[in-house]
Ligand binder design. Structure first.
Ligand SMILES: Cc1cc2nc3c(=O)[nH]c(=O)nc-3n(C[C@H](O)[C@H](O)[C@H](O)COP(=O)(O)OP(=O)(O)OC[C@H]3O[C@@H](n4cnc5c(N)ncnc54)[C@H](O)[C@@H]3O)c2cc1C
Length: 429
């Protein structure tokens, strides 16, 4: 699919349809805006139905280094990989058996069975890229071969989408080329908006929809297991730990190491601390980096000002059980995100020629750890629309109902700890 310079002033004359045009009957040209996890889940499934896929990704290259943040392979993600991963003979997650909620002295207070795996965003991304367009990486040095019946895969980096439109029934997407700053127009039968929580397409179609921000943050980072004490490693082995403090809580679990290595010595502990700004800090101050630039939602790795890190360490010294203190002290390049959630009011547009999935459809508060899970589920059910087994209306009704419920759950889930934990960290019933 190549860019064109067609004018943008016509509106769709196409009558409404209840399925993507000729669903399952002829290969469609599909543009996916956003080449992260949700875009790639959909890209793989639709390519394997024989459709021709072009992913437009704003990032200047395919490399995803420095996002070694943990991600859980919850039920729908696990199902996706069990059924569709052509590299499934190569494991890529660290197994766990349960979530343990700890008391003030780190004793297990509740144990919730959770037979899932944990991995990293990087490992998941590269695994999906290997399956989609055969990207060779340190994570997947030998991608699977393209198979008979697969459509044509394309992944265009440096393409920042500005606007989507429908011109005489053809979907058009305008994007800026990062290398040349030129504007290009792409044409397709179908557009899938997978451009994340700040989705430009959601903002174009629903400018009145804004993020909801409860006011707390997540401090994240990883600590190589080789730098941690044996006692702490034993506590976190094969499980996720949730440690409540006063109006604050910490989540810990084990993730693979560099290039997805599962060797014990290569692994790391994923650290995620949900906390409010302290008496001496503000969200704006925390998000202002070492160059003086204030970020909107995430302060990236390597950009935290020394005084901000020190203020949070001081807070950890006051709040953490002493055995946990080595974690914030040894974090490699911590980063911080403002907690938010947002949801599009509709999942389809342009007479069922545009579909929202992933965080562009609904960003859950990350507290519930279900963001990747809903992205996988939406992609799987969207593929059913293209296969003709459900209509676009049925898909939309289903994903909107589930998204509303999951968003509410993700907002309610942390309240028990962030709003009502007692002073000594004991959880109130
Ligand atoms: C702090 C935090 C912690 C999280 N923790 C977890 C967790 O533990 N477990 C879990 O399951 N999920 C977690 N999530 C959620 C998870 O990361 C996402 O829900 C999931 O990866 C799906 O994201 P996505 O692909 O829809 O969007 P994103 O990952 O945001 O990807 C959007 C993509 O679109 C691209 N893009 C954006 N705008 C444009 C444009 N205009 N043109 C072209 N490309 C564009 C971006 O560059 C990006 O590649 C967390 C999220 C946050 C913020």
């Amino acid at each position: 699919m190549t860019g064109t310079n067609k004018p943008h002033d016509e509106q769709s004359q196409q009558p409404p349809v209840t399925e993507p045009a000729a669903a399952g009957r002829r290969p469609q040209d599909i543009l996916i805006v956003g080449g992260s996890l949700s875009g790639l889940f959909a890209a793989i499934l639709l390519k394997r139905q024989g459709h021709n896929i072009t992913v437009l990704e704003a990032a200047p290259s395919s490399a995803r280094e420095g996002q070694a943040a943990g991600v859980g392979l919850a039920a729908d993600v696990k199902r996706f990989f069990d059924q569709h991963d052509r590299l499934k003979h190569i494991p890529f997650g660290t197994a766990m058996t349960e979530v343990q909620i700890l008391g003030p002295n780190l004793e297990p207070v509740h144990r919730i069975p959770a037979p899932f795996s944990q991995t990293t965003c990087d490992a998941t991304y590269y695994r999906l890229r290997a399956n989609f367009d055969g990207l060779v990486s340190g994570y997947c040095p030998e991608p699977p071969a393209r198979e008979a019946g697969d459509g044509e895969p394309g992944f265009q980096t440096g393409a920042r989408v500005l606007k989507v439109d429908s011109i005489s029934g053809t979907m058009t997407v305008s994007a800026t080329d990062a290398a040349t700053s030129e504007q290009r127009t792409y044409e397709a039968d179908i557009v899938i908006a997978a451009d994340g929580a700040s989705s430009i397409i959601r903002r174009q179609l629903y400018p009145g929809v804004h993020r909801s921000e409860p006011g707390f943050l997540i401090w994240r980072g990883i600590v190589p297991v080789t730098s941690l004490s044996a006692s702490l490693l034993e506590r976190v082995k094969d499980r996720t730990l949730l440690y409540p403090m006063r109006n604050s809580y910490l989540i810990l679990y084990t993730i693979p190491g560099p290039n997805g290595s599962l060797k014990e010595a290569d692994r790391a502990i994923n650290f995620a601390w949900y906390d409010w700004p302290s008496a001496t800090t503000t969200i704006t101050g925390i998000l202002t980096d070492t160059d003086g630039h204030t970020h909107r939602t995430t302060l990236p790795k390597g950009k935290m000002r020394a005084e901000i890190r020190e203020a949070q360490l001081e807070r950890a010294r006051e709040m953490f059980h002493p055995e946990l203190l080595e974690l914030p002290l040894k974090l490699t390049e911590p980063f911080v995100s403002v907690i938010s959630s947002v949801m599009a009011p509709k999942a389809t547009a342009f007479d069922n020629r545009l579909f929202f999935i992933g965080d562009a459809l609904v960003q859950l508060q990350p507290n519930s750890g279900q963001g990747t899970n809903h992205a996988a589920r939406e992609a799987v059910s969207l593929a059913e629309v293209f296969a003709g087994s459900i209509t676009a209306e049925e898909w939309e009704a289903k994903v909107l109902e589930t998204a509303r419920a999951e968003r509410l759950t993700s907002q309610e889930f942390p309240k028990k700890w962030l709003y009502s934990a007692s002073e000594n960290g004991e959880v109130k019933a």
